[in-house]
Ligand binder design. Structure first.
Ligand code: NDP
Length: 288
């Protein structure tokens, strides 16, 4: 029987635990945790993600503020907003919704965020802490993957893990977290030769590519744990928009020992980890 790694259910549980913590702390007279989201331009997918984060924050009791700026905003203005939020004592987390419109330097903006408010875990200081195995705010998507596997007591020690994708957002921090959990990790990318031969060796296969249904059943070792990070918008046969992962779920699920669905897998876990990072940052700032 294939185990379905239900990220939606675990995310709901994490959020309800966070809500209880926040409620207890605010009942003692503390201010609520604060999350500031900066969105530039009108990318519809980004707008949907931001709405989702706002809604989830509200459920947990986090006071969120969305700063929606026009696509033509100068770099210096976004920089000044981040610096202002860095100083704001009611803000515990700052995130810049990616991707940014052409003309803005995302790396320079992300590097301006106070590392202790970097709830997306993308600042070089937090990525450096991850690399060194020190405490710090962890990148939400790979952290969500680790938490989902831990909740299903998937033991990674000595396992062959293959991560397909090497972005700084997902693939690279994912590889480091798997390494930290004592897996033997291989990172594949667009120039990897004979990728299916490599993925077939994986006990733990993580796909973070952005190519719909790329990983088919013949790429997967029977009994593997398959984590699908990909979110791809495709047109279904009836002409409607549909979200699919990088893994051909229907073909792969029967041979995997465990698999994440899309939607309902890593997406909700990513949001839950963002909220958890915000509450962690809040508790550290208030020392409570
Ligand atoms: P990027 O486009 O930044 O990176 C994609 C990676 O995939 C690159 O390293 C690229 O290799 C590799 N790649 C591309 N084509 C191939 C191929 N044919 N074979 C092997 N590797 C390939 O994407 P992200 O890392 O930001 O995101 C990956 C996916 O995850 C997307 O679908 C995105 O929507 C989704 N995502 C989901 C999140 C969630 O909450 N669930 C959060 C973040 C992302 P190379 O470096 O050589 O070009």
């Amino acid at each position: 029987m294939t185990q379905i790694l239900d990220g939606k259910a675990l995310a709901a549980q994490v959020q309800s635990e966070l809500a209880q913590q926040v409620q207890a702390l605010t009942a003692q007279g503390h201010r609520p945790p604060g999350l500031a989201v900066i969105m530039v331009g009108d990318n519809p997918a980004s707008a949907a993600y931001v709405r989702n984060k706002e809604r989830a924050s509200g459920k947990v009791g986090i006071a969120s503020q969305v700063h929606h700026l026009p696509a033509t905003v100068p770099q210096a203005e976004v920089m000044a907003l981040i610096q202002h939020l860095n100083q704001d004592a009611n803000v515990d987390g700052i995130l810049v919704q990616l991707p940014l419109p052409d003309g803005l330097d995302a790396v320079a903006l992300l590097n301006t965020i106070d590392p202790d408010k970097d709830v997306d875990g993308l600042h070089p200081i937090n990525l450096g802490r991850l690399l060194r195995g020190e405490q710090g705010l962890r990148s939400c998507t790979p952290y969500g993957v680790m938490r989902l596997m831990a909740a299903h007591t998937i033991d990674l020690t000595g396992q062959q893990a293959v991560v397909v994708g090497r972005s700084i957002l997902v693939g690279k921090p994912m590889a480091i977290m798997l390494l930290e959990a004592n897996a033997t990790v291989t990172v594949a990318h667009a120039r990897t030769v004979d990728l299916p031969a490599l993925t077939r060796q994986a006990d733990i296969l993580v796909a973070a590519v952005g190519r719909p249904n790329m990983i088919t059943a013949d790429w997967v070792k029977p009994g593997a744990v398959v984590i699908d990070v990909g979110i791809n918008r495709v047109e279904s046969p009836d002409g409607k928009a549909q979200l699919v992962g990088d893994v051909d779920y229907d073909a792969v699920a029967p041979i995997a020992s465990a698999i994440t669905p899309v939607p309902g897998g890593i997406g909700p876990m990513t949001v839950a980890m963002l909220l958890e990072n915000t509450v962690t940052s809040y508790r550290q700032r208030l020392q409570i």
